[in-house]
Design a protein around this ligand. Structure first.
Ligand code: FE2
Length: 442
């Protein structure tokens, strides 16, 4: 065994033949069997559920079957069949929305073409009104997704298996038009995406520059995610909102038409019966590095957040961790909003300490579990190993900003040394030079 292992490590099998490297494109190639199956919402989470999946181009008939879950397999005979619509791209992407579902009920569904089927997957609809809610939030997955993001997202699931959804704060993949990177993203989360709803917001990496140099939303976004179209016109499925169990969740698309979205948000939150309001978008308005400050966006959006006392703003982009108090830091932070920057993938930047940060981290892959119950919101950030890294509780107080209470946590254990920072900067410069070289070689 030992000898064989050594040979394999060297790239040779015991027969002496060189191991064949399978290309990423081959690993993630579509077949007639449904893959990249993912649950999302395009409507009310209490009564609807959307599912999207991929096949190769030989599949034109796409359907799903759904039934109320039972303790045994009897539901199969009672299942209803629903037709999907197909987006015919290089591969075929099929999607549909199950409607008329019962709130707070477990359902089972499968997708296929009548001959080839997925497994039966189970999900739970949301309760019709306020009820305890648990969800997971992650920052940029982005790089080495299959190799190094998989353990993070699986550990998040293990920590909160009853989470209703996973919120992805942008930069899900590094190159938004590269098929296999999306393949990696789906493979890393695997069947978790078939049972727990995804709530993604687009990052700058979902906006690659085209041949005319303008940045546009990758066509993979709308192909793969069936999301609400209730935001600013033209930004459907990127700027959107939904209410779930007493919480309003809003996805802002921080990549384009920010001013219009600010005005839209002001109107949206003027009529908001929910006790809690949580926003997500990619580019933080309080950054964890001075060179990455988004002053224009902050000036545009923060007055709206303050006016409506948005409870939390969950972002990514800076590849570090930073979390504010309810009312500290830069001027204008009067609404009692907690701002978070987080990262879930392996790409790591340097952090610069700023007065707005209550807790911060470098070189740490994190997932966050948020639990809302009545007047309280409990927040936990955990590392890829599951270690509790940050935590607080928000308590509602009528007409006042939320009260934030922190448990005592050990002092943070890892900031980079000056040498580590210098080495990282060198690596980044080398990577950039290599990319430039590649570009000019083309
Ligand atoms: Fe990023």
């Amino acid at each position: 065994m030992g000898a064989a292992a050594v040979c394999l490590l060297a790239g040779y099998a015991v027969t002496g033949q060189k191991s064949r490297m399978v290309t990423e494109a081959d690993i993630h190639r579509a077949t007639p069997i449904p893959d990249r199956i993912i649950l999302t919402w395009a409507g009310d989470p209490a009564t609807t559920a959307a599912v999207t999946w991929r096949t190769d181009t030989t599949v034109d008939t796409a359907v799903a079957q759904i039934a109320v879950a039972e303790d045994g397999p009897g539901f199969v005979k009672k299942s209803k069949t629903v037709n999907a619509v197909t987006d015919k791209a290089t591969d075929h992407y099929h999607s549909l929305t199950f409607t008329g579902l019962q709130p707070d009920t477990q359902y089972v569904y499968r997708v296929g073409d009548g001959a080839n089927w997925s497994d039966w997957n189970q999900f739970q609809t949301a309760a019709a009104g306020p009820a305890p809610l648990e969800f997971i939030y992650v920052g940029d997955a982005q790089n080495d997704i299959y190799s190094l993001w998989s353990r993070l997202i699986r550990n998040g699931f293990t920590e909160a298996p009853k989470a209703r959804f996973i919120l992805h704060a942008g930069d899900l993949a590094n190159r938004g038009v590269v098929d296999y990177e999306w393949g990696e993203w789906h493979a890393a989360a695997g069947w978790i995406n078939r049972s727990i709803f995804a709530v993604p917001t687009p990052g700058n990496h979902e906006y690659p520059a085209g041949e005319d140099k303008t940045r546009k939303l990758t066509p993979y976004w709308r192909r793969q995610f069936t999301l609400p179209g209730n935001g600013v016109s033209g930004l459907e499925e990127t700027n959107y909102w939904f209410d779930i169990q007493g919480v309003r969740i809003v996805s802002m698309n921080s990549n384009e038409r920010q001013k219009e979205q600010g005005e839209w948000l002001d109107k949206l939150l003027t009529n908001n019966p929910n006790q809690w309001t949580i926003l997500t978008f990619h580019h933080p308005i309080l950054s964890t590095a001075t060179g990455r400050d988004n002053k224009a966006l902050r000036e545009m959006w923060q007055p709206v957040f303050d006016k409506h006392r948005v409870d939390m703003v969950l972002t990514g982009h800076d590849h570090t961790y930073g979390r504010s108090n309810v009312a500290s830091g830069t001027s204008g932070m009067k609404g009692g909003t907690v701002y978070v920057v987080s990262v879930s993938g392996p790409k790591m930047y340097n952090l610069e300490w700023a007065p707005w940060m209550q807790r911060a981290a470098e070189d740490t892959q994190l997932y966050q579990v948020i639990r809302v119950d009545g007047k309280q919101l409990r927040y936990e950030a955990r590392t890829a190993r599951g270690m509790l890294y940050d935590a607080f509780t928000l308590t509602k107080s009528k007409g006042r900003p939320n009260k934030l209470t922190n448990p005592r946590l050990p002092h943070r254990e890892h900031f980079r040394s000056a040498e580590e920072k210098a080495a990282l900067a060198r690596e980044a410069a080398e990577r950039k030079a290599a990319e430039e070289k590649k570009k000019t070689a083309k």
